[in-house]
Design a binder for this molecule. Structure first.
Ligand SMILES: [Zn+2]
Length: 77
């Protein structure tokens, strides 16, 4: 019984996703949540929208610190 329910849920086409910030259901193609104005990405397996470009800012932040570190290293040693 429970297995059948799972199958039905999985077969259902996803027409909406959930905002990861405010948990409001929004249409699949929406890129900015109409409720909290946050950028959201594609829908994942759980029907949640992914948070966008956060990894990109992490990389930029890391590179900035690396550049700063290299600069200090070259300047003082
Ligand atoms: Zn939202």
């Amino acid at each position: 019984m429970k297995k059948e329910n799972d199958l039905v849920v999985r077969k259902e086409p996803q027409v909406s996703k959930k905002c990861p910030y405010c948990y409001v259901h929004i249409p699949l193609k929406v890129e900015i949540c109409p409720s909290c104005k946050q950028k959201v990405g594609m829908v994942d397996r759980h029907g949640m929208a992914t948070r966008r470009v956060e990894w990109m800012s992490y990389i930029i932040c890391f590179l900035a610190w690396l550049t700063l570190g290299l600069y200090i290293w070259f300047a003082f040693f």
